[in-house]
Write a protein that binds this ligand. Structure first.
Ligand SMILES: Cc1cc2nc3c(=O)[nH]c(=O)nc-3n(C[C@H](O)[C@H](O)[C@H](O)COP(=O)(O)OP(=O)(O)OC[C@H]3O[C@@H](n4cnc5c(N)ncnc54)[C@H](O)[C@@H]3O)c2cc1C
Ligand SMILES: *[C@@H]1O[C@H](CO)[C@@H](O)[C@H](O)[C@H]1NC(C)=O
Ligand SMILES: *[C@@H]1O[C@H](CO)[C@@H](O)[C@H](O)[C@H]1NC(C)=O
Ligand SMILES: *[C@@H]1O[C@H](CO)[C@@H](O)[C@H](O)[C@H]1NC(C)=O
Ligand SMILES: *[C@@H]1O[C@H](CO)[C@@H](O)[C@H](O)[C@H]1NC(C)=O
Ligand SMILES: *[C@@H]1O[C@H](CO)[C@@H](O)[C@H](O)[C@H]1NC(C)=O
Ligand SMILES: *[C@@H]1O[C@H](CO)[C@@H](O)[C@H](O)[C@H]1NC(C)=O
Ligand SMILES: *[C@@H]1O[C@H](CO)[C@@H](O)[C@H](O)[C@H]1NC(C)=O
Ligand SMILES: *[C@@H]1O[C@H](CO)[C@@H](O)[C@H](O)[C@H]1NC(C)=O
Ligand SMILES: *[C@@H]1O[C@H](CO)[C@@H](O)[C@H](O)[C@H]1NC(C)=O
Ligand SMILES: *[C@@H]1O[C@H](CO)[C@@H](O)[C@H](O)[C@H]1NC(C)=O
Length: 658
């Protein structure tokens, strides 16, 4: 008998050959036949794992036990018998031995990475220790570029367990793997995603999908997990006239799911258009952002990112690659536009509406309490802004602002300081000239003037959205573990009622006085230029929203877990005031509180029962898991840090006890 090592080589050659010679599968054939209602496959999507490829692998391996690790899941009758059990971790008897990982890597064509924490280069007891590398990553630690280019690093290491950070950001004097996954597949083909999905499902491994790692609750981490890393799925295609299954006929762009906001905006500009994307430079467009809804400087004009999607390509939990649209796999299409990332499949691409290029004006300014005659004048200036929310949203504009009083935010003294500041990070007026924007702002600015507030607005204008955005939205800092946030969507009725608007204003004042900070938006999930689709899973509360507001607490790098627990509970409880002001609304899942009370209702609203049942249908074994994702309540992360279970990803994933 041949040695398994040799067999693996044979299998690899077989797979490589099968992939290079395999004709396009059914999905590709359908595209040609449907004359434009489904987008053409990207080159990485034509490389698929099929039954015949698996048969070749099996023949080469000559070991049915090993070959079956890569099988597709069988049909739903078989699926129903699946029982959930704890996921194995490295060191467990059920954890695959190195030989199996080697075979997996060969089948993948060498794209498996045995991962290490990014900052392990700073720790002398790690073989990877390298003082020069350490200096480099320490200097770059607050830049998202560093973390998005790493297979497992995330932007908010609190949810990983803050186990391996470079000095001075470190909580411990050591580096451990924590919730950074054990292995990652650096995918560059659909076949690799299918192999990883099948392998993880068949061996009951914890599976994580990492795109950029921006998730506010660190959903792209998981102790002892295998990660599918989608960052390099970067293809893009412009369709001047795309006939979508839902009847839309017009310009569209197909993006790989690794495309980031800045790349999407750049490409859209290059073909004379705009697209709906986030304010942030490096957030992924096609991963958690669009799946979770996706808000944008263009949302008050055109709605959410999920509303733009015309078709998607997805590897489902059973390992099969499909196209989803209003006519093909419509349930999947519904769920993945608003139901969140990491639920039933891995999105490989999405085709979105290309919007007009849009003349755009942005306005940026700030003032602190020292730029006003008194704290009362400062707060009156803030109140005058809230008075305008309805007019601003109804004009199709967006505002992204900060109110706080702390070192973290503005470089003054520590949280709780009375040196309040307000910063309009950017007021974005799409389809408006500077003159039109000034006219819209005049009532508020007149009030600021009469209050003797000193501020210097910077007006920035371009004949297209991209050029205005790129000047007004610098890349944001990430990488630290010193904040905890909670959020709420506030509906129109709050701003139409003098009393509720006043209560909201008083709540912000109270928050800042208690050492919290406020990051708010005037924004709507219903654009003034369009009717929102009614057939996606976006949280219904978004449609009536005039403001998304995030409130956060802060501590410092050396704060104990006790402090973090107390501080987290404090902000969660503080948020009750906004929950009471807007009891029938909800919270935006991608920028929300990990321990939000009645979480399913708050994040998913009336869509939840259907989302949950589709989760059971398409992912009965619970392959896809992320804290707060659909179905997450059936599982618990047995957190090893001194925190309640499921407060971060640093622990074994098990079915919920009791
Ligand atoms: C600095 C900053 C600015 C932000 N700005 C905005 C903004 O302007 N508007 C806004 O709406 N949100 C914004 N967000 C929040 C953002 O939408 C979420 O962080 C979102 O989850 C990021 O998605 P990602 O794919 O880039 O990140 P990741 O953390 O890699 O993934 C997020 C989740 O999606 C899953 N996922 C990723 N890719 C796939 C895929 N291909 N298939 C299936 N599941 C997948 C992951 O498993 C994870 O559960 C911002 C966040 C940060 C940190
Ligand atoms: C197949 O592989 C498994 C796992 O490595 C091994 O235990 C088993 O003996 C092999 N079977 C044959 C027939 O070689
Ligand atoms: C699926 O069914 C086929 C035969 O119908 C079997 O060979 C294969 O092992 C099954 N796969 C799994 C994962 O149960
Ligand atoms: C599904 O599985 C059942 C039971 O294993 C089998 O009888 C049936 O033929 C399968 N159907 C398909 C479409 O594979
Ligand atoms: C952080 O790392 C530095 C350098 O290794 C070390 O001196 C310091 O004690 C660490 N901080 C904590 C809180 O352990
Ligand atoms: C991941 O794959 C891409 C090609 O798709 C390659 O450029 C990159 O260097 C790889 N990264 C790692 C860490 O292996
Ligand atoms: C942009 O504004 C013009 C009027 O200035 C209007 O005719 C047009 O419909 C607007 N475009 C959108 C997308 O709202
Ligand atoms: C603003 O300043 C002017 C002149 O300095 C003063 O007369 C006026 O009372 C001030 N108004 C407020 C509200 O402080
Ligand atoms: C605040 O505005 C002033 C101009 O009035 C500008 O110089 C300064 O950089 C701004 N500060 C911040 C933190 O935005
Ligand atoms: C808002 O609250 C302030 C201070 O509590 C009060 O003076 C004012 O009358 C209130 N306004 C409305 C419209 O209720
Ligand atoms: C850090 O936070 C702790 C409480 O967690 C506090 O005692 C300490 O003074 C803080 N250090 C700084 C530099 O603010």
């Amino acid at each position: 008998m041949k040695g398994v090592r040799e067999l693996a080589l044979v299998a690899s050659a077989s797979l490589a050959q099968a992939l290079s010679t395999a004709s396009l599968s059914a999905a590709a054939t359908t595209v040609a036949a449907t004359a434009g209602s489904a987008p053409l496959l990207f080159s990485y999507e034509t490389k698929q794992l099929t039954d015949s490829v698996l048969a070749d692998v099996s023949a080469s391996l000559q070991n049915s036990t090993i070959a079956s690790m890569f099988d597709f899941a069988n049909n739903s009758t078989a699926k129903r018998s699946v029982r959930h059990s704890c996921k194995p971790m490295p060191g467990d008897l059920l954890w695959p031995v190195d030989l199996i990982w080697n075979i997996f890597d060969r089948l993948l064509g060498g794209s498996l990475i045995k991962t290490i924490p990014l900052a392990s280069v700073c720790y002398p007891d790690w073989p990877e220790y390298d003082a020069t590398m350490c200096a480099t990553i320490t200097a770059d630690w607050l830049s998202s570029d560093l973390h998005m280019a790493d297979p497992t690093s995330i932007m908010l290491p609190l949810y990983e367990g803050r186990t391996c950070l470079p000095s001075p950001y470190n909580y411990t004097a050591s580096c451990t793997q924590g919730a950074y996954p054990a292995y990652a597949v650096n995918v560059s083909s659909v076949a690799q995603i299918q192999l990883a999905v099948n392998f993880a499902r068949n061996l009951n491994l914890r599976l994580v999908v990492k795109n950029t790692g921006h998730d506010f609750n660190g959903k792209a981490s998981g102790k002892g997990a295998l990660t599918i890393w989608t960052h390099y799925l970067k293809e893009k295609t412009y369709y001047p006239s795309f006939k979508a299954a839902n009847g839309y006929v017009g310009p569209a762009i197909k993006f790989g799911s690794g495309i980031q906001v800045f790349e999407a905006y750049e490409f859209a500009k290059s073909v004379g258009h705009s697209v709906v994307g986030g304010e942030a430079v490096t957030v992924g467009l096609g991963g958690g952002y669009t799946a979770g809804g996706g808000h944008s400087p263009l949302s008050s004009m055109y709605g959410l990112a999920a509303d733009q999607v015309l078709a998607m390509q997805v590897v489902l939990a059973d390992g099969r690659f499909i196209t989803a649209s209003t006519t093909e796999n419509p349930e999947v299409f519904w769920m993945l536009r608003g139901g969140g990332g990491s639920t039933i499949g891995v999105v490989t691409s999405l085709t979105v509406k290309a919007l007009p290029k849009l003349e755009t004006t942005t306005v940026t300014f700030n003032f602190t309490v020292n730029d006003t005659p008194s704290p009362d004048a400062f707060w009156a200036a803030v109140g005058a802004y809230l008075n305008e929310f309805e007019a601003y949203v109804d004009a199709g504009t967006y505002g992204y602002f900060y109110i706080g009083a702390s070192a973290y935010e503005i470089g003054t003294t520590y949280a709780g300081d009375t040196d309040y500041y307000f910063r309009m990070e950017s007021f974005v007026a799409p389809n408006m000239s500077v003159t039109e924007t000034k006219a819209l702002l005049a009532p508020w600015f007149n009030t600021l003037d009469s209050l003797n507030v000193s501020y210097t607005p910077w007006y920035n204008h371009a004949d297209n959205f991209y050029d205005a955005w790129v000047e007004a939205f610098p890349q944001e800092y990430v990488g630290t573990d010193v904040v905890k946030t909670a959020s709420r969507l506030l509906p129109r009725s709050v701003f139409q009622s003098d009393d509720l608007r006043n209560q909201t204003w008083a709540a912000y004042r109270d928050a800042v006085n208690q050492g919290l900070f406020v990051v708010g938006f005037h924004i709507s999930g219903t654009g003034i230029a369009v009717e929102p689709p009614t057939d996606n899973a976006v949280l219904p509360a978004w449609r009536d929203t005039l403001s998304h507001v995030i409130v956060g607490s802060e501590w410092n790098f050396t704060s104990s877990w006790d402090v973090i627990e107390t501080s987290s509970l404090f902000v969660t409880e503080w948020m009750d005031v906004l929950r009471e002001i807007a009891p029938d609304s909800g919270a935006y899942m991608s920028e929300a509180d990990l321990i939000e009370p009645n979480l399913q209702d708050a994040f998913y609203g009336s869509n939840y029962p259907r989302l949950y049942s589709l989760k059971q249908k398409y992912d009965p074994s619970g392959l896809f898991f992320a804290l707060t994702a659909v179905g997450a309540e059936d599982w618990e992360v047995r957190t090893v840090d001194p925190l309640p279970y499921s407060w971060n990803n640093n622990g074994r994933l098990c079915p919920k006890s009791s």
